[in-house]
Design a protein around this ligand. Structure first.
Ligand code: 5GP
Length: 120
């Protein structure tokens, strides 16, 4: 119902540390934490700490270019930390057809097993 209105999501509580998460990386702009329901041996979510209208990737505007770069770069830092030296996958589920369920932009970093292509 509130999908596109920018209502608070569970990720706000994770950022505020009101609900616990397994944090693997944090700086002033980005938080990375383990997915509660992992789809691979390594499954980490990388999110902006300040959503600033980025409920989903397709809502991005010019002002978001810097944070989009920060998120992608943080993903590479996390992948190195997790020693995903044989590769990994980065996914952004966008909107209903993309199977997005939390409307606070996030990158999924999945690895630690052989991925398949094309995805389902
Ligand atoms: P989406 O389907 O929106 O691309 O991904 C949302 C992800 O957030 C899912 O993979 C789901 O398992 C994860 N998730 C939802 N609620 C929580 C939570 O409270 N804690 C953590 N760590 N992950 C969550």
């Amino acid at each position: 119902l509130f999908k596109d209105s920018g209502s608070p999501t569970i990720f706000d509580k994770i950022i505020a540390k009101v609900i616990p998460s397994k944090i693997v990386y944090e700086d002033d702009k980005v938080l990375a934490f383990r997915d509660l329901n992992p789809q691979a041996p390594t499954h980490i979510l990388i999110i902006p700490k300040h959503r600033d209208g980025l409920t989903q990737l397709s809502k991005a505007e010019e002002r978001h270019k810097e944070i989009l770069g920060e998120l992608l770069y943080a993903s590479t830092v996390v992948a190195k930390k997790e020693k995903l030296d044989d590769g990994y996958r980065i996914v952004i589920n966008d909107g209903p057809q993309g199977c997005q369920s939390v409307y606070h932009l996030h990158i999924h970093l999945v690895g630690g097993r052989q991925m398949k292509w094309p995805p389902g």
